[in-house]
Ligand binder design. Structure first.
Ligand code: G3P
Length: 223
């Protein structure tokens, strides 16, 4: 499973990229809005910084305008993937963009039925929002498992991108469920690496090492 960062912050992207685990980036209008800069500048900087796929979201509501916007977004970089919403207009625009060879990510997906539609239009990626399903007392992980099961049973090539992940166990369970990609905020990435026993263990190793050096230096001085 590839690990993606769900952000438009170039600082966060550079930090996780240094770990050598950054598979790609997903953005949405809310995340781009937080940067308080020209969206084109934000998108271009991310596309240049990241080797893997970068999802850029359309904001048009009508299909025709969405297609125009999608073409422009796709032309911004070889690694650009165009996000369209799971709406009738999004399906129409998504199908047309896919037919033009543009890779699309169908976003705002909350059910296996919607994921089925995304696969049928030939989407490159589908994004079920696990955390937001949980927020309304649903079971996001159950929906993800069903989507993976359907795609495998039907042989759909559409990749499953587990989105709206809120904590490390969401990521672990998404991997167990067979998701192709998990996208998460910077905070969740940092929680993945943290474990109190790692911190305690390292502290002990370093203390023991210092103790050994002190003893060896003492022996050297007395001989
Ligand atoms: O970018 C799509 C998705 O990951 C958003 O997550 O946390 O806003 O529900 P969230």
């Amino acid at each position: 499973m590839k690990l993606f960062l769900d952000t438009a912050s170039i600082e966060e992207i550079r930090a996780i990229k240094r770990w050598g685990v950054l598979g790609g980036v997903t953005t949405n209008p809310t995340l781009v809005g937080r940067e308080r800069q020209d969206p084109e500048h934000v998108w271009k900087r991310i596309l240049d910084e990241v080797d893997g796929d970068v999802s850029l979201e359309t904001t048009a509501v009508e299909a025709e305008a969405m297609v125009e916007e999608g073409r422009a977004l796709a032309a911004m970089g070889r690694n650009a993937v165009v996000k369209v919403p799971m709406t009738p207009a999004g399906l129409e625009a998504g199908r047309r963009l896919t037919d033009e060879g543009i890779r699309i990510n169908v976003t705002l997906v909350f059910s296996p039925a919607q994921a089925l539609l995304a696969a049928e239009i030939g989407a490159y990626v589908v994004s079920p929002f696990l955390g937001r399903i949980d927020d309304v007392a649903g079971d996001g992980m159950h929906a993800l498992r069903q989507i993976v099961e359907i795609y495998r049973a039907q042989g759909y090539p559409t990749k499953v991108l587990a989105a709206s992940l809120r904590h490390p166990m969401h990521v672990v369970e998404a991997a167990r469920a067979g998701a192709d990609i998990a996208t998460m905020p910077y905070e969740v990435f940092t929680k993945l690496v943290s474990h109190p026993l790692t911190d305690l263990g390292l502290e002990r190793f370093l203390a023991d090492w210092q103790q050994l050096r002190r003893e060896l230096e003492g022996e050297a001085r007395s001989s």
